[in-house]
Design a protein around this ligand. Sequence first.
Ligand code: PGA
Length: 248
Amino acid sequence: MARQFFVGGNFKANGTKKQVTQIIDNLNSQELPKEVEVVIAPPSLYIDLAVKENKQPTVQVGAQNVFNKPPGAYTGELTAEQILDVGATWTLTGHSERRTIIKESDEFIAEKTKYALDNGLKVILCIGETLDERKSDVTLQVCARQLDAVSKIVSDWKNIVVAYEPVWAIGTGLAATPDDAQETHKGIREHLAKTIGKEQAEATRILYGGSVNGKNAPDFRDKADIDGFLVGGASLKPEFVDIIKSRL
Ligand code: PGA
């Protein structure tokens, strides 16, 4: 089954109004391939701006985080309803920076994912192992545990894209090799087949994330289970367009 190539841009807590506008202006000025689905996730303060500035029909805007409850007395939180209200359609959940720095648990991430999906957002669910876990050879167990928390409470995965992002590869300049990434992606898909069924597992896109840039993106093109990328640092730069075009 052909899975549509997907490229996400996670700006993290980077940029100003002016810089976010420049990034989007650059995307607007390009001829982007129609067959590639693109989602950009600016800092939450600039989601509204990004939705208004974006003129590309294949580019959608997402949040980097979402809460697991409706609007209410939750100081500092961002709800799915509000994200949708300003015209964004996606959210990330489970990014490793939130898992490790903010100490979000698998269960909390699963609840956020479910709440977002139930209320009409699509979700890029991020998973991945730390360097210590890699060295202990438990990569697939960690990914399985993170996925299982979600599959326990979410049965319909059609609006979920999984992003496999080994923590040791994020922001380090040391991307996983295409062969290593493919092996893990294959393992992730096999695991999903057992938990959400073969058909859904085959249809679910699994992105690779961690030091993807304009130069190394084409190296992943022949890998059967790598359906796109989640890009951090390089999504702030003009080379993001090269990544979007890397499968042409
Ligand atoms: P990076 O980040 O591309 O800067 O390594 C990826 C991510 O954290 O999504």
